[in-house]
Each structure stands twice: as structure tokens, then as C-alpha cells.
Design a protein around this ligand. Sequence first.
Ligand code: WAQ
Ligand code: MG
Length: 274
Amino acid sequence: MRASRVLRNPKPKIQDSKLSEIHISGAEGLYEGSEIKKVVKSYIDRALKHAKGKPDKVIITVENIEQKPKLISALPVSTINCRTPAEGEKEGIKLMQSLGICKRAIDSAFKLIKAGSMRGAAIIAAENGGRLDADMERGVRVSRLGINKEAYKLLSSRLSILGINTDTVKEALILASKVIYYKAIIAELCVSDDPHYTTGYVASKEFGYVRIPHIKLRGSKNGGRTFFIKEGSNIEETIDYLEKTPVLIGGISLCRGTVSIDEILNSTDRQSRR
Ligand code: WAQ
Ligand code: MG
């Protein structure tokens, strides 16, 4: 699903420019045929009730997927203690630098996210911060991802114990797990574009899905995602995986509550997950 609104521009010359269309919300998933009606209805409700405002166009695409989805496990979940955007950024930088991502790449990721105009994710070279995907405005939209019923139930019960059993958390964990499963991707940095949602995350094979509360101020509509890619990776193959390969979460990992950043950085099983 994709919901957008055209900004009425008083200057007719730039009326039909792509730049005048603002992205309100998007969502995607893998479902059984019998679920389509229910899911489409929920996507329409979501598009029409979004905190970023009313859309004037909602596009829903339903596709039959022939390829059997790849079954993977969700990343382990944890949350660090963080009170302000400055602190959140500092902790996020520590995590990403410790994964070998250079400071310039991290800075350009935060800059793109704060500008907040994409509807997908930017792919950034971990070694120098260069932007590798072609469509600057759109970014890459991860699609064909979902979770099976058993894993959904187990995840919901584990997140309930922590008081974070929401669609937002589950959808973000499913997306991050698909993204991080791919060998060329070192980490993902995400900040929601929803003005009321201030928790973001850094996801990686080594540290799992690390939630960062208050990474942005309430009220800001700016957010986004960046994927940091290893030097020498094939960018077309990576984008093809993100957009096209069907991946289903079929297993859940440890879900912990608040953990100190040092505990995450110094965890003993870190090496084994590399
Ligand atoms: N593929 C690529 N990029 C996407 C996708 C996708 N399928 N969906 C969203 N994005 C990008 C896009 O630039 C959005 O502006 C941005 O991410 C934020 O999307 O554990 O709600 O749907 O508490 O607003 C993370 C924390 C919540 C959850 C993320 O993202 C938690 C969130 P949003
Ligand atoms: Mg959003």
C-alpha cells in the first residue's frame, strides 16, 4: 500500500513535478490468499487514518508470489536506555562505529534521515558514506516480507511481557530481520517518520535489533531508513533481494527489556554472530 498527497503549488510550472508529491504511509506483507480481503481493508484504514495527514491517492497492489518464501529467524530484540535525541544519536554512533562503519557514513545517514523526504531506504557505502541507490527521492522499498502464524504468536507473547507488543514494533522487526539476513548488509539505522513515534533502532547481525528510545523529538515528521553495505558488494543483487526475494519469519529469538549499551557492545557471543 502506498498513500500520498500532492502538495498544491501556487506556481503552475512545477505543479507536475514529482517533488510535489509527499509520501504519507506505506506498508507491505506476504499473506495467504484467504487473508487478502481483511488485509486490504486494514491497509486502507491505515492509509486514511495516518498521523501525517489525509492522502489524496492510495495505491494497493496485490501480487501472486510463485516463489516459495525463504524461512528465517527474527533478530534478537533489546532496548537501550536513552532520554534525548542527542544521547540516542551518540549511542547509535557507538554501535555503528563498533560494526566498522565509518563516521562519515554514519553522519550522512543521520543527515538523510533528518531531511526525511524518502519513502524507502537509502543504501550507503559503509567505508566512505557514498549513496549507492539510484533514485534519491524514492530510496529502496523492502517488500515481500512477512511472518508465519506460529512465529507471530510467539513474538506477540514475548513482546507483551515487555509492554511493546505493537504492529509498529513487529513490522519493523520483520523488515530489519529480512534486511540484516543479507550478507552484504552490515547494519540498518531507522527513525520513524510518524510525528508521535520517537523510538528508532540500529539493527545488525552482531547486536540484533537494538531499540533506541527518544532518538527524535515528538512532533517531527522526519524519519527514514539507511542500510550500510560492505565494500565491494553487488548493489543490483542487493536491491533485487530487498525488493523481490520473498522472506518469511519462521522463528523468534531472545526478546530482552532494557539493557545497557556496554552490555550490548561487550556481549560474549558477539563474535559468533559475525
Ligand atoms: N522499505 C524501505 N524503507 C522503508 C519501508 C520499506 N518497506 N517502510 C518505511 N521505510 C522508510 C521510509 O523512508 C519511512 O519514511 C521510514 O522508513 C520510516 O518508516 O521497535 O515506524 O513506517 O519501537 O515510519 C521503528 C521502531 C519504527 C519500532 C519504524 O517506520 C520499535 C517506523 P515508518
Ligand atoms: Mg511512518
